[in-house]
Design a protein around this ligand. Structure first.
Ligand code: FVH
Length: 291
């Protein structure tokens, strides 16, 4: 596909609007559709064509990028346009689960549609900038035919033919993000209990987390090898110190709901005889079903 390949975008929320804008900036003819009329005005002023129905929008391009609220919404909209979809590639950038992505790929295959699932690791203002990463998996033909066009959105990483992989990576990265947010919010509640302004404390957090993140590669190696014996800060010591985090929170009038689960997991690690090793062994305890 060349730089002028037409693209259709279904869904003009904050993200869909950013995606359509990036395609326009890259010189693509863009057709857009949104359930609620009126959200396309700025894009139309920039050169996009607004379709009256999803089916009409789909008919305009070989590549159909979908960015709607959730999987139910995607199913509803694509079902309504199914007569126009055969022979086209759908790239679904709506957040969802691996199971939903695999089911969508199966449904698409049944209608002769190439299906690529995606996970956007960016917020709308980042789309089209070097900091934007978009994960893809699913139809290799569909992805490679449109890889250059999709490059307008940010760095494109193709994870393989299994349509569920992009959603798996996406959800895993979001899990890491929400864990970080949870820790940050708890820390601000603690310091705030003594009237420390959040703006005064917050600048200490990023350098501390950055220093701790240096341990990630070693922990990942330990998880892959199953050898958690190399521990600069052993699990049993951390389980003991962690009690202070909970006690201090209670003393300061701060809820422990965000930090309790880690205490339970550390205690489980000690009970399982993992105390002398690294905390990376806790990953194994989180697996409740065979991988
Ligand atoms: N925004 C972000 O920071 C994140 C970044 C990572 C990826 N997510 C996911 O992207 C999907 C869309 O997110 P969004 O930010 O565009 O969301 P909204 O601004 O709320 O827009 C929602 C669009 O979905 C349409 N919609 C909702 N329900 C229906 C329906 N029943 N039928 C048809 N369309 C529907 C809605 O249309 P309207 O309300 O304007 O008529 C918007 O176009 C999402 O999966 C994020 O998790 C974003």
């Amino acid at each position: 596909m060349n730089d002028n390949a037409p693209v259709t975008v279904l869904g003009l929320g904050a993200m869909g609007t950013a995606l359509a804008g990036a395609f326009l900036d890259a010189g693509h003819p863009v057709t857009v559709w949104n359930r609620t009329a009126g959200r396309a005005a700025d894009l139309v002023a920039r050169g996009a064509t607004e379709a009256a129905t999803a089916a009409e929008a789909v008919s305009a391009s070989p590549l159909v990028v979908v960015c709607l609220l959730n999987d139910d919404t995607v199913r509803e909209v694509l079902d309504g346009a199914v007569g126009s979809l055969a022979g086209r590639t759908v790239v679904n950038l709506t957040n969802g689960t691996p199971r939903q992505a695999r089911e969508a790929a199966d449904r698409a295959a049944g209608h002769g549609v190439g299906y690529v699932d995606g996970g956007i690791m960016a917020v709308p203002p980042m789309i089209g900038t070097p900091g934007s990463l978009v994960l893809y998996s699913g139809s290799p033909e569909g992805f490679h035919a449109h890889e250059r066009t999709l490059g307008a959105l940010g760095r494109a990483m193709y994870l393989g033919e299994d349509a569920g992989l992009a959603a798996l990576y996406d959800i895993a990265l979001l899990s890491a993000m929400y864990g970080m947010f949870g820790g940050f919010f708890h820390a601000l509640a603690l310091t705030g209990s003594e009237k420390v302004p959040a703006t005064e404390f917050a600048p200490l957090v990023a350098p501390w987390l950055t220093a701790m993140m240096a341990a990630f590669p070693g922990m990942a190696e330990a998880v892959d090898s199953g050898d958690h014996s190399a521990a600069a800060s052993n699990l049993a010591m951390q389980a003991t110190a962690y009690v202070n985090l909970l006690d201090a929170s209670t003393d300061q009038g701060v809820s422990t709901e965000l930090v309790e689960p880690m205490r339970a997991l550390l205690d489980q690690g000690v009970a399982a005889g993992l105390g002398a090793g690294d905390v990376s062994s806790l990953v194994d305890l989180l697996r409740t079903a065979p991988a």
